[in-house]
Design a protein around this ligand. Structure first.
Ligand SMILES: [Zn+2]
Length: 322
């Protein structure tokens, strides 16, 4: 006898499979927003008043770099680094990767850098730009760059943003990117304790962000192996489920599979989120210190061209979460 429920499952998998081939562009909007928002509360008194006033802007705009990823030239490589290209025998010779952009261009060529990703170099550049914005007291730029740099710092903390196998496409684990950074965050956010210590001064931003990339890449074995173990334990049939999202139906990872993976990772997602939060706060803080600790006015009138900021501020109430 024909088992129509099996046919239905096969049909849905064929039709909906493309939904699982997500890209390498995001912590998931939830993750990015949480990171920028909570980072505000790591700041010292001299900065927190200003950042709290604009916390909704910094939260909402944490995802801008992903939104413009496909429309702005050279945007995409700012979000990742395929470390296998720069360091084929990782961790051996990791220190020999040129940390200065000019040296990296001489060694690899600009074309290669933009092909294989530049996130750590870009964070250093953005920190310098943020420092300049503080020096000039250019409030529009301070807010814009703070939001953007939070995104890139967070991406550098995601293991799958540091490998050419970014979506498990080379290991028959397609979909793992959004599983790790979106699905797990969305399903387990309420279990996570995301309060971190205070922001601290970082005198060598480049060394700091390269260390974050190193830790991210080091975690990849667990990211891939535990997914395989859970696939084996749960079985292909029970690995996925169909969910209604508004008016659409999507195929996604099942609750039992997601729980298995989250538990095996043993707090990894929470640890990477927390490391991102304190890194974002600390880099904002370090840029401000290096700019000479200018006194910031929380009641500034922003320039006309940044009307969007005004709109967001006027439509959101400032919420305190500490
Ligand atoms: Zn991104």
């Amino acid at each position: 006898m024909v088992n129509w429920s099996n046919y239905k499952t096969v049909f849905l998998i064929i039709i909906l499979a493309p939904l699982l081939s997500l890209n390498k562009e995001r912590w998931g909007f939830t993750g990015h927003k949480q990171i920028n928002r909570i980072a505000v509360f790591t700041l010292p008194n001299e900065l927190i008043v200003f950042y709290k006033t604009y916390i909704d802007y910094i939260t909402d705009h944490s995802v801008d770099p992903d939104k413009r990823r496909h429309s702005v030239q050279f945007e995409a490589p700012k979000h990742y680094i395929d470390l296998e290209f720069y360091c084929p025998n990782f961790p051996d010779n990791f220190d020999s990767i040129p940390k200065k952009w000019k040296d990296a261009v001489s060694k690899y060529s600009e074309d290669s850098l933009y092909s294989y990703g530049i996130v750590p170099w870009h964070v250093s550049l953005m920190k310098f730009k943020l420092q300049k914005a503080f020096e000039a007291k250019d409030y529009d730029q301070i807010l814009k760059i703070s939001s953007d740099i939070g995104h890139y710092i967070a991406d550098a903390h995601v293991p799958l943003h540091t490998t050419k196998n970014y979506n498990g496409q080379l290991s028959n684990q397609k979909g793992i990117h959004s599983l790790w950074e979106s699905r797990l965050v969305e399903t387990h956010l309420s279990d996570m304790k995301l309060l971190t210590g205070k922001a601290f001064y970082i005198d060598d931003i480049s060394a700091f962000i390269w260390k974050a990339v190193y830790s991210s890449h080091l975690a990849l074995d667990s990211v891939f192996n535990f997914e395989k173990e859970c696939s084996k334990n749960i079985g292909e049939t029970n690995k996925y489920t169909i969910e209604e999202r508004g008016r659409s139906t999507i195929k996604t990872y099942s609750k039992s599979f997601t729980n298995c993976y989250y538990e095996k990772l043993d707090g990894m997602v929470e640890r990477r989120l927390k490391a991102s939060i304190v890194a974002v706060g600390s880099i904002w803080y370090s840029a401000w210190v290096d700019a000479g600790q200018p006194k910031l006015d929380a009641n500034i009138k922003l320039k006309k061209q940044n009307e969007e900021v005004q709109r967001i501020i006027s439509t959101h109430k400032i919420r305190n979460c500490d």
